[in-house]
Design a binder for this molecule. Sequence first.
Ligand SMILES: NC(=O)c1ccc[n+]([C@@H]2O[C@H](COP(=O)([O-])OP(=O)(O)OC[C@H]3O[C@@H](n4cnc5c(N)ncnc54)[C@H](OP(=O)(O)O)[C@@H]3O)[C@@H](O)[C@H]2O)c1
Length: 284
Amino acid sequence: MKILITGANGQLGKCLSQTLREEGHVVLTYSKEQLDITNRNQIREIIQKLKPELIINSAAFTKVDLCEKEIEKAYVINGIGPYYLAAESKEENIKFLHISTDYIFAGDQFSPYEEESQAVPKNIYGKSKRLGEELALVFGGDVTIIRTSWLYGHGGDNFVNTIKTLSERLDKIDVVDDQFGSPTYTKDLVNVIKELITMPSGIYHVTNSGSCSWYEFAREIIKFLKKDTVITPISTRDYGSKTPRPLYSVLSNKKLNSTGIYVRNWKEGLYEYLEKECIYKYED
Ligand SMILES: NC(=O)c1ccc[n+]([C@@H]2O[C@H](COP(=O)([O-])OP(=O)(O)OC[C@H]3O[C@@H](n4cnc5c(N)ncnc54)[C@H](OP(=O)(O)O)[C@@H]3O)[C@@H](O)[C@H]2O)c1
Protein backbone atom coordinates (compact mmCIF):
# COMPACT_ATOMS: atom_id res chain seq x y z
CA MET A 1 0.00 0.00 0.00
CA LYS A 2 1.17 3.57 -0.71
CA ILE A 3 1.10 5.36 2.67
CA LEU A 4 1.72 9.05 3.45
CA ILE A 5 2.85 9.75 7.03
CA THR A 6 2.69 13.29 8.47
CA GLY A 7 4.73 14.33 11.51
CA ALA A 8 7.24 11.70 10.43
CA ASN A 9 10.01 13.07 12.68
CA GLY A 10 7.96 12.57 15.86
CA GLN A 11 8.46 9.50 18.04
CA LEU A 12 5.40 7.73 16.62
CA GLY A 13 6.08 8.96 13.08
CA LYS A 14 9.58 7.47 13.14
CA CYS A 15 8.39 4.09 14.36
CA LEU A 16 5.49 4.03 11.88
CA SER A 17 7.75 4.90 8.95
CA GLN A 18 10.32 2.23 9.73
CA THR A 19 7.87 -0.56 10.55
CA LEU A 20 5.50 -0.02 7.63
CA ARG A 21 8.46 0.11 5.26
CA GLU A 22 9.74 -3.18 6.68
CA GLU A 23 6.25 -4.61 6.07
CA GLY A 24 6.70 -3.88 2.37
CA HIS A 25 4.52 -0.76 2.07
CA VAL A 26 5.59 2.22 -0.02
CA VAL A 27 6.01 4.79 2.74
CA LEU A 28 6.14 8.50 1.97
CA THR A 29 7.44 10.26 5.07
CA TYR A 30 6.80 13.96 5.58
CA SER A 31 8.23 15.97 8.49
CA LYS A 32 6.79 19.31 9.63
CA GLU A 33 9.29 21.10 7.43
CA GLN A 34 8.18 19.11 4.36
CA LEU A 35 4.43 19.13 5.00
CA ASP A 36 2.80 21.57 7.41
CA ILE A 37 -0.64 20.12 8.21
CA THR A 38 -1.96 23.64 8.81
CA ASN A 39 -1.23 24.59 5.19
CA ARG A 40 -4.19 23.46 3.11
CA ASN A 41 -2.65 24.29 -0.27
CA GLN A 42 0.51 22.37 0.52
CA ILE A 43 -1.55 19.36 1.66
CA ARG A 44 -3.58 19.42 -1.56
CA GLU A 45 -0.52 19.78 -3.76
CA ILE A 46 1.37 16.91 -2.13
CA ILE A 47 -1.61 14.56 -1.99
CA GLN A 48 -2.59 15.20 -5.59
CA LYS A 49 0.98 14.61 -6.72
CA LEU A 50 1.63 11.47 -4.66
CA LYS A 51 -1.85 9.91 -4.73
CA PRO A 52 -1.43 7.79 -1.55
CA GLU A 53 -3.96 5.08 -0.69
CA LEU A 54 -3.71 5.85 3.03
CA ILE A 55 -2.77 8.94 5.07
CA ILE A 56 -1.64 8.51 8.69
CA ASN A 57 -1.57 11.72 10.69
CA SER A 58 0.96 11.44 13.50
CA ALA A 59 1.62 15.19 13.48
CA ALA A 60 0.47 17.13 16.55
CA PHE A 61 1.37 19.83 19.03
CA THR A 62 1.99 17.48 21.98
CA LYS A 63 3.54 19.74 24.62
CA VAL A 64 0.66 19.74 27.09
CA ASP A 65 1.81 22.67 29.27
CA LEU A 66 2.80 24.80 26.28
CA CYS A 67 -0.66 24.29 24.73
CA GLU A 68 -2.09 26.28 27.68
CA LYS A 69 0.04 29.26 26.61
CA GLU A 70 -0.07 28.84 22.84
CA ILE A 71 -3.78 28.20 22.59
CA GLU A 72 -4.35 29.25 18.99
CA LYS A 73 -1.39 27.17 17.80
CA ALA A 74 -2.79 24.13 19.67
CA TYR A 75 -6.23 24.44 18.04
CA VAL A 76 -4.81 25.07 14.60
CA ILE A 77 -2.38 22.11 14.60
CA ASN A 78 -4.47 19.63 16.60
CA GLY A 79 -7.89 20.71 15.36
CA ILE A 80 -7.70 22.34 11.93
CA GLY A 81 -4.81 20.15 10.66
CA PRO A 82 -6.84 16.92 10.86
CA TYR A 83 -9.79 18.76 9.25
CA TYR A 84 -7.72 19.69 6.19
CA LEU A 85 -6.31 16.16 5.93
CA ALA A 86 -9.78 14.63 6.27
CA ALA A 87 -11.20 17.00 3.64
CA GLU A 88 -8.52 16.11 1.12
CA SER A 89 -8.78 12.39 1.92
CA LYS A 90 -12.53 12.45 1.33
CA GLU A 91 -12.11 14.42 -1.90
CA GLU A 92 -9.51 12.00 -3.26
CA ASN A 93 -11.12 8.85 -1.83
CA ILE A 94 -8.18 8.05 0.44
CA LYS A 95 -8.37 6.20 3.76
CA PHE A 96 -7.47 8.51 6.65
CA LEU A 97 -6.06 7.32 9.96
CA HIS A 98 -5.74 9.90 12.71
CA ILE A 99 -4.05 9.54 16.12
CA SER A 100 -5.70 10.92 19.24
CA THR A 101 -5.29 10.79 22.99
CA ASP A 102 -6.57 9.68 26.40
CA TYR A 103 -6.49 13.38 27.39
CA ILE A 104 -9.87 13.93 25.68
CA PHE A 105 -11.37 12.36 28.82
CA ALA A 106 -11.95 14.12 32.16
CA GLY A 107 -10.39 11.35 34.23
CA ASP A 108 -12.99 11.46 36.97
CA GLN A 109 -14.12 7.83 36.71
CA PHE A 110 -12.40 4.73 38.02
CA SER A 111 -12.92 2.24 35.21
CA PRO A 112 -11.30 2.28 31.77
CA TYR A 113 -12.79 4.64 29.17
CA GLU A 114 -14.46 3.00 26.18
CA GLU A 115 -14.67 4.41 22.65
CA GLU A 116 -18.18 5.78 23.21
CA SER A 117 -17.49 7.23 26.68
CA GLN A 118 -18.24 10.93 26.91
CA ALA A 119 -15.26 13.13 26.03
CA VAL A 120 -14.82 16.01 28.47
CA PRO A 121 -11.25 17.26 28.08
CA LYS A 122 -9.71 19.18 30.97
CA ASN A 123 -6.96 21.13 29.25
CA ILE A 124 -6.25 22.90 25.96
CA TYR A 125 -4.26 19.98 24.56
CA GLY A 126 -7.21 17.62 25.22
CA LYS A 127 -9.76 20.12 23.89
CA SER A 128 -7.76 20.74 20.72
CA LYS A 129 -7.27 17.00 20.15
CA ARG A 130 -11.01 16.41 20.68
CA LEU A 131 -11.78 19.09 18.10
CA GLY A 132 -9.39 17.28 15.74
CA GLU A 133 -11.36 14.05 16.19
CA GLU A 134 -14.67 15.76 15.50
CA LEU A 135 -13.37 17.57 12.43
CA ALA A 136 -11.67 14.42 11.10
CA LEU A 137 -15.08 12.73 11.12
CA VAL A 138 -17.12 15.63 9.77
CA PHE A 139 -16.96 14.58 6.09
CA GLY A 140 -17.75 10.91 6.72
CA GLY A 141 -15.58 8.77 4.48
CA ASP A 142 -13.08 6.10 5.43
CA VAL A 143 -11.72 7.55 8.69
CA THR A 144 -10.19 5.67 11.60
CA ILE A 145 -9.27 7.36 14.86
CA ILE A 146 -6.85 5.63 17.21
CA ARG A 147 -6.66 6.92 20.77
CA THR A 148 -3.56 6.03 22.73
CA SER A 149 -1.88 7.15 25.96
CA TRP A 150 1.40 7.90 27.76
CA LEU A 151 3.40 7.21 24.60
CA TYR A 152 7.16 6.66 24.46
CA GLY A 153 9.37 5.62 21.57
CA HIS A 154 12.95 5.69 20.37
CA GLY A 155 14.27 9.12 19.50
CA GLY A 156 11.41 10.77 21.39
CA ASP A 157 11.14 13.40 24.05
CA ASN A 158 9.21 11.29 26.57
CA PHE A 159 8.74 10.41 30.26
CA VAL A 160 11.02 7.35 30.15
CA ASN A 161 13.92 9.33 28.72
CA THR A 162 13.29 12.18 31.18
CA ILE A 163 13.45 9.85 34.19
CA LYS A 164 16.51 8.09 32.74
CA THR A 165 18.33 11.41 32.25
CA LEU A 166 17.32 12.80 35.66
CA SER A 167 18.47 9.59 37.37
CA GLU A 168 21.96 10.18 36.00
CA ARG A 169 22.31 13.40 38.02
CA LEU A 170 19.79 13.32 40.88
CA ASP A 171 19.61 11.18 44.04
CA LYS A 172 15.89 11.83 44.44
CA ILE A 173 13.04 12.53 42.00
CA ASP A 174 9.50 13.53 43.03
CA VAL A 175 6.87 11.89 40.82
CA VAL A 176 3.09 12.25 40.83
CA ASP A 177 1.29 9.26 42.34
CA ASP A 178 -2.37 10.17 41.82
CA GLN A 179 -2.62 10.21 38.02
CA PHE A 180 -3.21 6.83 36.40
CA GLY A 181 -2.83 5.71 32.80
CA SER A 182 -1.36 3.07 30.51
CA PRO A 183 2.21 3.64 29.32
CA THR A 184 2.40 2.64 25.66
CA TYR A 185 5.46 1.70 23.59
CA THR A 186 5.31 3.04 20.03
CA LYS A 187 6.41 -0.37 18.72
CA ASP A 188 3.36 -2.05 20.26
CA LEU A 189 1.01 0.66 19.03
CA VAL A 190 2.42 0.45 15.50
CA ASN A 191 2.04 -3.34 15.49
CA VAL A 192 -1.69 -2.75 16.02
CA ILE A 193 -1.90 0.10 13.49
CA LYS A 194 -0.46 -2.33 10.93
CA GLU A 195 -3.53 -4.51 11.43
CA LEU A 196 -6.10 -1.69 11.69
CA ILE A 197 -5.06 -0.35 8.28
CA THR A 198 -7.06 -3.09 6.61
CA MET A 199 -9.86 -3.34 9.15
CA PRO A 200 -13.23 -1.53 9.16
CA SER A 201 -12.92 2.17 9.96
CA GLY A 202 -14.00 3.55 13.34
CA ILE A 203 -12.65 4.70 16.67
CA TYR A 204 -10.28 2.32 18.48
CA HIS A 205 -8.52 2.56 21.84
CA VAL A 206 -5.02 1.09 21.63
CA THR A 207 -2.62 1.03 24.58
CA ASN A 208 -0.35 -1.47 26.26
CA SER A 209 -2.47 -3.41 28.74
CA GLY A 210 -2.47 -2.77 32.48
CA SER A 211 -2.12 0.62 34.15
CA CYS A 212 -0.09 2.47 36.76
CA SER A 213 0.60 5.90 38.21
CA TRP A 214 3.47 8.08 36.95
CA TYR A 215 5.23 7.18 40.24
CA GLU A 216 4.90 3.43 39.58
CA PHE A 217 6.04 3.97 36.00
CA ALA A 218 9.13 5.87 37.20
CA ARG A 219 9.90 3.19 39.82
CA GLU A 220 9.85 0.51 37.13
CA ILE A 221 12.23 2.54 34.96
CA ILE A 222 14.68 3.03 37.85
CA LYS A 223 14.44 -0.64 38.80
CA PHE A 224 15.34 -1.68 35.29
CA LEU A 225 18.23 0.77 35.14
CA LYS A 226 19.49 -0.48 38.55
CA LYS A 227 19.87 3.08 39.78
CA ASP A 228 19.94 4.14 43.45
CA THR A 229 17.82 7.22 42.73
CA VAL A 230 14.93 7.43 45.18
CA ILE A 231 11.54 8.00 43.57
CA THR A 232 9.25 9.86 45.97
CA PRO A 233 5.47 9.83 45.46
CA ILE A 234 3.81 13.25 45.53
CA SER A 235 0.31 14.46 44.79
CA THR A 236 -0.73 16.43 41.71
CA ARG A 237 -1.48 19.34 44.03
CA ASP A 238 2.04 19.26 45.54
CA TYR A 239 3.61 18.93 42.08
CA GLY A 240 2.06 22.31 41.42
CA SER A 241 1.51 22.24 37.64
CA LYS A 242 -1.01 24.86 36.55
CA THR A 243 -2.24 22.64 33.70
CA PRO A 244 -5.21 20.47 34.73
CA ARG A 245 -4.72 16.82 33.84
CA PRO A 246 -7.06 13.80 34.04
CA LEU A 247 -6.43 11.78 37.21
CA TYR A 248 -7.53 8.53 35.58
CA SER A 249 -7.21 8.23 31.82
CA VAL A 250 -6.94 4.47 31.34
CA LEU A 251 -8.42 3.41 27.98
CA SER A 252 -10.26 0.12 27.53
CA ASN A 253 -8.88 -2.11 24.77
CA LYS A 254 -12.10 -4.18 24.85
CA LYS A 255 -13.20 -3.25 21.31
CA LEU A 256 -9.72 -4.03 19.97
CA ASN A 257 -9.64 -7.33 21.87
CA SER A 258 -12.99 -8.29 20.31
CA THR A 259 -11.23 -8.27 16.92
CA GLY A 260 -8.75 -10.82 18.28
CA ILE A 261 -5.93 -8.30 18.81
CA TYR A 262 -4.30 -8.06 22.24
CA VAL A 263 -1.45 -5.80 23.36
CA ARG A 264 1.13 -6.97 25.89
CA ASN A 265 1.43 -5.53 29.41
CA TRP A 266 3.07 -2.11 29.72
CA LYS A 267 5.97 -3.51 31.77
CA GLU A 268 6.98 -5.93 29.00
CA GLY A 269 6.95 -3.09 26.47
CA LEU A 270 8.97 -0.89 28.82
CA TYR A 271 11.66 -3.54 29.39
CA GLU A 272 12.11 -4.07 25.66
CA TYR A 273 12.30 -0.33 25.07
CA LEU A 274 14.88 0.18 27.83
CA GLU A 275 16.88 -2.84 26.71
CA LYS A 276 17.13 -1.34 23.24
CA GLU A 277 17.92 2.10 24.64
CA CYS A 278 20.49 1.05 27.21
CA ILE A 279 21.66 -2.50 26.44
CA TYR A 280 21.17 -3.38 30.14
CA LYS A 281 19.36 -6.60 31.02
CA TYR A 282 16.33 -6.59 33.31
CA GLU A 283 16.46 -8.80 36.40
CA ASP A 284 13.59 -8.97 38.86
N1 LIG B 1 3.21 11.62 23.50
C1 LIG B 1 2.20 11.11 24.19
O1 LIG B 1 2.31 10.79 25.39
C2 LIG B 1 0.89 10.86 23.51
C3 LIG B 1 -0.16 10.30 24.25
C4 LIG B 1 -1.38 10.07 23.62
C5 LIG B 1 -1.55 10.39 22.28
N2 LIG B 1 -0.52 10.96 21.60
C6 LIG B 1 -0.75 11.33 20.19
O2 LIG B 1 0.09 10.52 19.39
C7 LIG B 1 0.46 11.22 18.21
C8 LIG B 1 1.96 11.18 18.05
O3 LIG B 1 2.56 11.79 19.17
P1 LIG B 1 4.13 11.76 19.43
O4 LIG B 1 4.33 11.41 20.85
O5 LIG B 1 4.83 10.99 18.36
O6 LIG B 1 4.43 13.32 19.28
P2 LIG B 1 5.76 14.06 18.83
O7 LIG B 1 6.95 13.21 19.10
O8 LIG B 1 5.67 15.42 19.45
O9 LIG B 1 5.56 14.16 17.25
C9 LIG B 1 4.67 15.05 16.65
C10 LIG B 1 5.34 15.55 15.39
O10 LIG B 1 4.44 16.44 14.73
C11 LIG B 1 5.20 17.55 14.25
N3 LIG B 1 4.36 18.71 13.99
C12 LIG B 1 4.01 19.71 14.84
N4 LIG B 1 3.27 20.62 14.18
C13 LIG B 1 3.16 20.20 12.89
C14 LIG B 1 2.55 20.72 11.73
N5 LIG B 1 1.89 21.89 11.74
N6 LIG B 1 2.63 20.02 10.58
C15 LIG B 1 3.29 18.84 10.54
N7 LIG B 1 3.92 18.30 11.60
C16 LIG B 1 3.85 18.97 12.77
C17 LIG B 1 6.21 17.78 15.36
O11 LIG B 1 7.28 18.60 14.91
P3 LIG B 1 8.03 19.55 15.98
O12 LIG B 1 8.41 18.68 17.14
O13 LIG B 1 9.19 20.07 15.20
O14 LIG B 1 7.04 20.61 16.37
C18 LIG B 1 6.63 16.35 15.67
O15 LIG B 1 7.66 15.91 14.79
C19 LIG B 1 -0.13 12.63 18.37
O16 LIG B 1 -1.36 12.69 17.71
C20 LIG B 1 -0.37 12.74 19.87
O17 LIG B 1 -1.41 13.66 20.15
C21 LIG B 1 0.69 11.19 22.17
